[in-house]
Design a protein around this ligand. Structure first.
Ligand code: NAD
Length: 496
């Protein structure tokens, strides 16, 4: 390694190829050990990279940066556009935001790509044929981070899903499948319940999927889909799914493949990309030199393909496979029948380095040709023309400790000409008119007012809120009810 400053150095500076600048963070817990092991392998394999090191994680949080990253680190990320990141520790307690979520959203890393493959029989798994890639939407859904406490008893988290967001991730999944010659893309949502948000994701999947006739397509409801992935993962190929489901699903599939310590992930955006292990900083084994560095090594392999150093990626990946099939295993994947030695983090890295140039004889060797062109997958979705939007009513959410009839009477007495109270629900269940006495009610009520005719002027809604305020009704939030080209843009029912 040639050192320019303590934070900058070039791997393989004697080679004539221009080095690709990358940003590196050593992270917390087992992070520094994994990164040292990984960079030693990259160096030995001849990766040509110019490293700019930044500090992120626990120490930065405790310095007072609520997202765990200092302003100057963003400069490095914006300059290099490629980030190799070790896991970090998020300090306990309130006030700390997830660094990963912040980086993904700030840099627009919309696609989270997580390959989960078994290395049977060398790594124990009940699923010898498993080879699935989870493509998780990375920016939206419940991860918008918009949460509120609204009443004594009720808290909410907003699930935001956009059409451009769905289009981008679904197209990425199909382009990925095409580029890597995968046969099937499975979409998983819960659109039988969340008909607008997950319904949009499924609809966009059907629309965009039609442009890829050579690829088989299917949709599973996430609960049974995830159960199937946990028991018969070999029936899946590429899975595309919204953020939260993808987060859980990819940990499940990584674990049943053998260990979370084997699973890498790439976070891809239009301008930047971040490569990391899927697991955390494992404080329980930090400093013991026993963590499996494979997830970060394989993340670095994905990074090398991304920056066009496929030859080096292939060399490292095949050496890693050879190490695994030779039975040189860290504690998390060690078994008496398949392992030949139980090794620590750095010894494992040495074993990979010793095998650079070799290919596995029993596991399938890897071949990375010309990097696949995923430009179409990264293009910005085309904005659609606006639909005719009409305001037809308003849901008023109210903090109320009395009973349903008293609330309905008070609301009706406060109404304004042109608006009528039509329904009250509690946690999504209709309680007025004609509710059931068996329904348990909290202190959080949704009160639906509909206009006599459309469109309802905003001023009418403001008058209603003015009256509610005068009647000392504690409204905590309102939601406008609109139609789009005549189609209601709000759920009609009373929850399922
Ligand atoms: P974790 O993934 O760190 O650990 C879960 C279990 O898996 C532990 O028993 C651990 O020992 C084991 N494990 C993880 N990686 C391993 C490896 N490479 N080799 C062998 N065993 C391994 O999850 P956690 O304990 O819930 O979280 C610890 C910290 O990590 C928390 O502060 C959390 O916020 C953070 N975290 C960070 C990231 C990230 O930086 N991307 C992701 C998840 C969690």
């Amino acid at each position: 390694m040639e050192t320019a400053t303590s934070n900058d150095y070039i791997l393989n500076s004697t080679l004539e190829i221009k080095p690709t600048p990358i940003t590196v963070a050593y992270g917390d817990g087992i992070g520094p050990d994994l990164m040292r092991a990984t960079l030693r392998i990259l160096d030995a394999a001849g990766a040509r990279i110019a490293v700019n090191e930044i500090e992120i994680g626990e120490k930065v949080y405790l310095k007072g940066f609520s997202s765990g990253i200092a302003p100057e680190a963003w400069e490095s990320l914006r300059k290099t556009k490629v980030f190799l990141k070790s896991p970090i520790t998020t300090p306990q307690g309130g006030g700390f935001k997830s660094l990963n979520v912040t980086i993904r959203k700030t840099l627009g890393l919309f696609a989270n790509v997580r390959p989960c493959i078994t290395y049977y029989p060398y790594v124990h798994s009940n699923h010898p044929e498993m080879d699935v890639v989870i493509i998780r939407e990375n920016e939206e859904d419940l991860y918008a981070g918009i949460e509120h406490r609204q009443t004594d008893e009720v808290y909410q988290c907003l699930k935001l899903v956009s059409r451009p967001g769905c289009e981008r991730i679904v197209r990425y999944a199909f382009e990925y499948a095409r580029a890597y010659k995968r046969k099937k893309v499975t979409c998983m949502t819960k659109d039988n319940i969340m008909k607008f948000t997950d319904g949009l994701f499924h609809k966009v999947f059907d629309e965009i999927g039609a442009e890829y006739p050579e690829i088989e397509k299917e949709h599973w409801i996430i609960d049974i889909g995830m159960a199937k992935a946990a028991t018969r993962p070999e029936v899946f190929d590429v899975i595309v799914t919204p953020n939260l489901y993808g987060d859980i699903l990819s940990d499940v599939t990584a674990e049943i493949a053998g260990s979370v310590g084997l699973a890498p992930s790439a976070n891809i955006g239009e301008h930047c990309a971040m490569f990391e292990a899927i697991h955390g900083s494992a404080p329980d084994i930090a400093g013991k030199d026993i963590a499996n560095p494979s997830s970060l090594i394989l993340a670095a392999v994905m990074m090398l393909v991304h920056i066009g150093q496929s030859e080096i990626a292939m060399k490292i990946h095949n050496a890693w496979l050879k190490t695994i099939e030779d039975g040189v295993h860290t504690a998390d994947i060690f078994t008496l029948d398949q392992s030949t030695s139980k090794v620590g983090t750095q010894f494992f890295a040495d074993a990979v380095i010793q095998r650079l140039g070799l290919i596995p004889t029993r596991l399938k060797p890897i071949h990375y040709g010309t990097p696949p062109d995923l430009t179409a997958a990264l293009a910005r979705p085309v904005r659609r023309s606006f639909e005719k939007k009409e305001l037809v009513g308003m849901d008023v959410f109210v903090h109320w400790n009395g009973n349903t009839e008293q609330l309905a009477d008070k609301l009706q007495a406060s109404s304004v000409p042109g608006l009528k109270l039509v329904m009250i629900t509690n946690r999504g269940v209709k309680v007025w008119p004609q509710g059931l006495s068996e329904t348990f009610c909290t202190d959080h009520w949704r009160c639906r007012f509909m206009g006599d005719s459309a469109p309802v002027p905003h001023s009418t809604l403001i008058s209603l809120l003015q009256n509610l305020s005068t009647a000392e009704i504690d409204f905590i939030k309102t939601e406008n009810l609109c139609t789009f080209n005549g189609v209601p843009g709000y759920s009609l029912g009373q929850g399922q």
